[in-house]
Design a protein around this ligand. Sequence first.
Ligand SMILES: [Zn+2]
Ligand SMILES: [Zn+2]
Length: 328
Amino acid sequence: MELFVEQPGQLVLRELAPVPAPGPGEVKIKLLYGGICGSDLSVFKGRIPYAKYPGRAGHEALGVVAAAGSGTPFAVGQKVVTFPNTFCGECEFCHAGKTNVCKHKQSFGLNAPGVFASEVLVDHRFLVAVPAGLSDERAVLTEPFATVVHGLKKAGVTKNTTVAIVGCGTMGLLSAVFAKHLGADVTVIYNRHKHEAVTDSIGGLRVVQAGAVGEELFDVVVEAAGVKPSVEMAMRLAKPGGAVVALGITGEQVDFPVIRIVRSEITIYGSIIYTKADFAETLAYLNDPALPIDAIVSKIMPVADYRQAYEAAMSGDHVKIVLDFQGA
Ligand SMILES: [Zn+2]
Ligand SMILES: [Zn+2]
């Protein structure tokens, strides 16, 4: 089966045409789990102008290698996760190691075919091996967690860094998981907080309503809500010499407090996705049982229940909804 977006608002689960044997450089994977991401919902709602329709949905996948073409480093039976933003390897950004801003980047499930199907052929360069012993429920979080690892590394979050995270959705909560794991002193700032069980399970967080923040300033502020007020708040909360990591995306115009940013030497890091090196690092973090990430997956639902799964994801009442493709 495959999950297909015919056009905005039209999601169907349909029979998958037989998947051919992998050619040179290709790998056929059998899907285990697929994570539903905010961008999947945006594609479904027609909110991304460069999304291509019709197209197969999904980019966060954990699978097992069913067949490997020549010239690939994978063996049958190896578990892999998708690295769902392609890069050319040849442009000036790729040469500089910044494959995340490759000129020719394409995104699975958006402007390149997605991976929500029981079997998928993938170019081996866009698969990463999962370490033995890592649980499937953690491995499926590799892609969204890598986004956070990439971003927070820029600001040098370490033991005792004071970190404010503006936004309490999946990105905000994953940022809290990572900052806490690095030993930071973490404050999560929310507008509406629906995930108390998750913040409790991460443990040791201060959780504060946006209106109650006061004058306190932080070494690092992570903007993970992506709306005008949250971006403006993030720039206000950084200490002199501090940093803002911008993970959230908004098309709105935002007031840029020049005096504060210049006089207080605030560094603003834009951060988009990840590189292969970030994936390797992320998988190592996920493989550490001390990483407090297990409450992030809210529900695992059979792909046959895709409608309820998308609705659950859109409700905002859950964190990560995962589709189970086993037996599909
Ligand atoms: Zn994602
Ligand atoms: Zn490139």
